[in-house]
Design a protein around this ligand. Structure first.
Ligand code: G6P
Length: 366
């Protein structure tokens, strides 16, 4: 009811603003990297495996895609990420030394549970779940678990569950790296420091809300949008497009920016807003040339740039600056800005933000 919502208009908005706290809660008590955080048998399991298979649906799948970039880069283990409803029905080649990771807010998604059982039936018994409900079927079915502490998520479009999943998956990345001898004490200390600072960093992104509202008024009049990202921010572009689709009913697609010229560039006109995630990372120069390709065709660029990127707004180029560049954890900050954009666009269009048409919070039947 209204009392529960406090100053917010919808649960989704409230949940977006709870993220600094719940990301902090999810990492609370983590004073060092240790396998036991994932369960009693975690050390033995992590020693035994030499690859990772991630299974999930929807927003949780995009958390998995982000984790692939992290785990391969930091822990140096090969990672496959599969949509649960595909994996469960396709012929795949199992590998016994696999850590099977399911990601699920509810822990009850039918396809993800079935995919887990399918993996187990293929002989892969080292299973771990990143899940928001400690009493769920998923937690019961898996050998290891890390419980995110997002609290109850009411909005059908997932927000705080996603960022807490990312926090937990980063912790998993560091843990796998440590077990593999890939994490120095100094790196561990630095990453832990960055993780502890996440709530403050997230709050400063959420403080950009007024600027995002100004963009949302323009977005509300469009019927299509493109989202571009590269590297660890490509899955965030996918998630940003999904959020916009789910609650504003604007058709949105996400592309890794380097693929632009292989198709979506044909869609770019003055009527096409192109949301670009532009963190100050190694791919920035490449991304800038992708942005130029859009501008040359009259597309309207809406860029979420880190403060130090030297991207200056001008004709056809709108820029919102995120307060700081956050290295590997940057996806957690950038996605919060995209959540706000989707939320305020939907608000301007007058849709039922917390209960979008045709969608369910948790899909427990096939
Ligand atoms: C539904 C929800 C999504 C969610 C997906 C997977 O489609 O609307 O927000 O990402 O299910 O749910 P899970 O509980 O497994 O994360």
């Amino acid at each position: 009811g209204a009392a529960e919502l406090g100053p917010y208009r919808h649960y989704m908005q409230k949940e977006i603003f709870e993220q600094p706290r719940v990301v902090g809660d999810t990492l609370e008590g983590v004073t060092g990297i240790m396998p036991e955080l994932f369960g009693d048998q975690a050390f033995r399991v992590f020693k035994e495996i030499d690859r990772v298979l991630i299974l999930a649906c929807g927003t949780s799948y995009y958390a998995g895609l982000t984790a692939k970039y992290w785990i391969e880069s930091v822990a140096k283990l090969p990672v496959n990420v599969e949509i649960a409803s595909e994996y469960r029905y396709r012929d795949s080649v199992p590998h016994p030394n696999t850590l099977v990771v399911t990601i699920s807010q509810s822990g009850e998604t039918a396809d993800t549970l079935a995919a887990l059982k399918h993996a187990r039936s293929l002989g892969m018994t080292n299973t771990l779940t990143i899940c928001n409900v400690s009493t769920s079927a998923m937690v019961r079915e898996c050998k290891l678990a890390y419980i995110t502490r997002a609290g109850v998520e009411v909005g059908v479009a997932s927000t705080k569950a996603f960022t807490t999943q990312l926090a937990a998956l980063f912790l998993l990345t560091l843990t796998l790296a440590q077990v593999n001898g890939r994490l120095t004490d100094e790196q561990e200390a630095n990453y832990l420091k960055q993780m502890r600072h996440l709530p403050v960093a997230l709050s400063s992104v959420l403080a950009l809300e007024p600027q995002v509202i100004a963009w949302a008024e323009e977005f509300a009049r469009k019927e299509n949008a493109l989202f571009l990202g590269r590297g660890i921010h490509y899955p965030i572009a996918l998630e940003g497009a999904l959020k916009l689709k789910e609650i504003s009913y604007i058709h949105a697609e996400a592309y890794p920016a380097g693929e632009l010229k292989h198709g979506p560039l044909a869609l770019v006109t003055e009527e096409m807003p192109v949301v670009t995630i532009a963190p100050n990372d190694a791919l920035l120069e490449k991304l800038k040339s992708n942005m130029q390709e859009v501008r040359a065709r009259g597309g309207q660029l809406y860029v979420f740039a880190d403060v130090d990127t030297q991207i200056i707004s001008g004709e056809g180029l709108h820029v919102i600056r995120l307060p700081e560049h956050y290295g590997l954890l940057s996806p957690i900050l950038h996605v919060a800005a995209l959540q706000l954009l989707a939320y305020h666009t939907a608000l301007a269009r007058g849709t039922d933000v917390d209960k979008p048409r045709n969608l369910a919070k948790s899909v427990t039947v096939e």
